[in-house]
Design a binder for this molecule. Structure first.
Ligand code: FAD
Length: 445
């Protein structure tokens, strides 16, 4: 059924090709709109309804799944991407749906505010990021969607629903991680905090040591994450903690050398070599942990996010926090047994519980395990093998990253699945916001 809806719209009328950042998803829309205000957004949804088209807002295209694909009407929100208002009393900011995290970070820095936590890039739109439950790391903090305190949603018939903890509470509860299935977000209001600096320590450690001491690393740091480097037994760890200390330890030249030249340009060369000569990967992999220790203080948003110039595809699973050590060892053993040569480190993060029905961190502290392959490398054997390890642990795949689940396999992993579907039936009874991905992972509205 999912594929049918895509095929149905592959007509001569097709006007626009779209490709995501990971270069693994392409689709062509019948029509593309660039609404400049809410009334134009509403008009686009109504025009789609009148023409019998499906409609989908696209963010920055940083999802690896076909979640943002449409063969119907695509809404590109590049003309609807500003800050709408600032509430200085509550430290809240309202943004138009196309606003990127980068624009937000700059505005917040001007105000002396910050987001309490972020993922590792800032290219995404706020709407796209919250819609897929984008997260950073830090077990005392939730993902980005937990920072949403209000939203405006254009539903399937073109009505605008304003939702918060005080009004339209069901739409608010579910719409924070809506997968684009409940409607088009028009504005999003976020809770911010006063600006803060982070003291960052990045250093290689043996995997055995990290796993033996995992609880203390996770609990004693505001933001702990590590990258296991396949074929080496080594990890690269990152500990970020709030500090009153002034910025220092990372002059601009060093930032460019480490974060751009080493982590992107040199890493890109290693990946290209590894793709051409996989047998070199284990030797090349030992270059990663040899980088030494970094110790610096920077403003939070400049610590959380880094440039990503090497293109890849990714799958990421959330599992109960306590299951992480055994699961990671199983992934390591699977790689070693399979003979696959994996040049990308495996990223491990930790997030606190939330109450958002389709959040991957719903209900309990979760660990996130992300596997990647360099663009152009085969990924299916690797991703399916890792998915098979995550399945019995109740693994929840990141909505924006590759996976092979369906509504039937996902529903039991989300205790409030039915609550989300009830809101979806209300806000999108005609399936206006369907696409092949949503048909697969949510079923039909
Ligand atoms: C290099 C890289 C690094 C990443 N790092 C992280 C990370 O650290 N943590 C993490 O959790 N994820 C990460 N991701 C994944 C990424 O955050 C998500 O896939 C996110 O959804 C991308 O946002 P986007 O703006 O590109 O949205 P898109 O991928 O364009 O769209 C995602 C979904 O949002 C919907 N959407 C967009 N705008 C609207 C709207 N106005 N109303 C309703 N629905 C809308 C789309 O329809 C689609 O369903 C990373 C991805 C890449 C490529």
């Amino acid at each position: 059924m999912g594929a049918d809806i895509n095929r149905r719209f592959r007509l001569p009328l097709v006007t626009s090709l779209w490709t995501n950042w990971g270069r693994n998803q392409t689709c062509a829309a019948e029509a593309v709109d660039h609404p400049g205000d809410e009334s134009e957004l509403v008009a686009s949804v109504k025009a789609a309804a009148a023409a019998g088209q499906t409609v989908k807002a696209v963010g920055s295209g940083h999802s690896f799944t076909d979640i943002a694909c449409t063969y119907g009407r695509r809404l590109v929100l590049d003309r609807y991407a500003e800050i709408v208002s600032v509430d200085r009393q509550r430290l809240q900011v309202t943004v138009q749906a196309g606003c990127t995290i980068q624009t937000l970070n700059r505005k917040l820095a001007e105000l002396g505010w910050a987001m309490p936590n972020l993922g590792d890039i800032e290219y995404q739109t706020i709407s796209g990021a919250v819609s897929t439950a984008t997260h950073g790391t830090g077990v005392r903090l939730g993902g980005l969607a937990t920072q949403v305190v209000g939203l405006e949603l254009v539903t399937g018939d073109g009505s605008v629903v304003r939702a918060s903890a005080d009004e339209e509470r069901e739409v608010f509860a579910c719409g924070r991680v809506g997968l684009g299935a409940l409607g088009v977000l028009s504005t999003v209001t976020l809770q911010c905090v006063p600006a803060f600096n982070l003291h960052a320590v990045e250093e290689p450690m043996r995997l055995d040591h990290v796993l033996e001491n995992l609880d203390s690393y996770v609990e004693d740091n505001d933001h702990f994450e590590f990258y296991y480097v396949p074929h080496t037994g080594w990890t690269l760890t990152k500990r970020n903690n709030r500090t009153d200390a002034p910025v220092g330890g990372m002059p601009r030249w060093k930032e460019v050398r480490d974060k751009v030249l080493f982590e992107n340009v040199a890493f890109g060369v290693v990946c290209r070599l590894g793709r051409r000569r996989p047998s070199l990967v284990p030797r090349l992999a030992h270059l990663a942990p040899s980088g030494g220790r970094l110790d610096y203080v920077k403003p939070s948003h400049r610590t959380f996010v880094t440039p990503r110039l090497v293109h890849f595809v990714e799958m990421e699973y959330s599992i109960p926090r306590a299951a992480l050590p055994d699961a990671l060892v199983a992934v390591k053993d699977f790689i070693d047994r399979s003979g696959m040569m994996i040049s990308f480190p495996i990223e491990v993060r930790f997030v606190g519980p939330d109450d958002i029905p389709l959040s991957t961190a719903y209900g309990e502290q979760r660990a996130y395990c992300a596997v990647h392959r360099y663009v152009g490398e085969p990924f299916e054997q690797y991703f399916r093998g890792v998915e098979a390890i995550m399945d019995p642990l109740g693994g929840r795949p990141h909505w924006g990253k590759m996976h092979y689940q369906t509504a039937a396999t996902l529903a039991p992993r989300y205790p409030e699945w039915g609550r989300f579907q009830a809101v979806r039936r209300r806000t999108d009874p005609d399936g206006r916001f369907r696409n092949a991905y949503l048909d697969r992972v949510l079923g039909l509205p």
